[in-house]
Design a protein around this ligand. Sequence first.
Ligand code: CNA
Length: 315
Amino acid sequence: ILERGYVRPKLPEINTLSDVVSLLRNSENILVLCGAGISTSLGIPDFRSEGGIYERVQARYPFLDDPQMLFDLDQFLVDPRPFYEFAAEIFPPEEALRKPSFCHRFIAQLERSGKLLRCYTQNIDGLERAAGISRTIFCHGSFDTLRCVKCNRSRAICEQDRHQIRRGNVIYCERCTGEEALHANDKRSSLDDGLASDSEDSCGSDGFDPEPVMKPGIVFFGEPLPQEFFDSIEDDLRRADMLLVIGTSLQVAPVADMPRSLDASVPQILVNREVVARARIQFDVELLGDCDFIVRLIAELLGWSDKIGDTERCS
Ligand code: CNA
């Protein structure tokens, strides 16, 4: 247990970009912790930057006291439209799925090189999967599954849902609305996880009868993180020999607590546009600027540009 007010001391021997490159060369159990910043180059806005989702939500839905209410379950049950309109903005376009950002591809190369212990992503756009990073923990869930807030039936996302989400449309439960037959041919979309039987008491238990809306499997405020996070975090924090934080403002706990939960001797590097203001976090090196540019430079210094299939050069 860390003392109140404790700030991890900076490691005196890790100061420069070339120290970071040597660390990456020599580390074998790298923890990556990433956020919305690694997807902004693909046209997917983050939350807190200028022009980001929070600003847009405030302009569009002034009646929402706090833009974070987009991820409030009660708000979703009352009116799912603001959430689905937001979802359209961050749902990755086809081009992004075909070619994720340089940062995604760099993390995939860390994995191919046998150096990646785990990639903890706060992102819900699923681009880590598209980049082939199999050692990913989706800390805030993903759009891969949808669950009806009325009957509690859960199923995998299908192509038709993707179209709907990209258009900002609310997805309704085809079973509750009697449109199941429309999906009957899409066998892959039916991932009944056996929870349908405990349906009726899920969200309408306080007397409120919600519309049969499908809620994507992303974590809303007040919901627990996916079990896979709790299954791996302790062991990963123990085994890590380096932490690389990319493109996040580190505002959302418990993921944001990872840096200060590591042993103080483990080097911690930040790649971000801005310093991270969260108290009690001390990085050894802060590489501030566009993350694709910085990571591309690191890849060049590691001699990895060809492995990542990169045609652009920084130098
Ligand atoms: P955030 O709070 O919006 O912070 C993003 C951080 O990235 C900021 O510090 C930016 O300065 C920085 N940043 C943005 N673009 C770049 C860039 N090109 N290069 C370097 N730095 C950059 O978002 P967080 O991820 O920290 O917050 C966690 C939330 C955001 C999670 O719950 C996500 O689900 C949610 N989110 C996800 C996505 C997505 O999946 N792509 C998009 C928007 C929000």
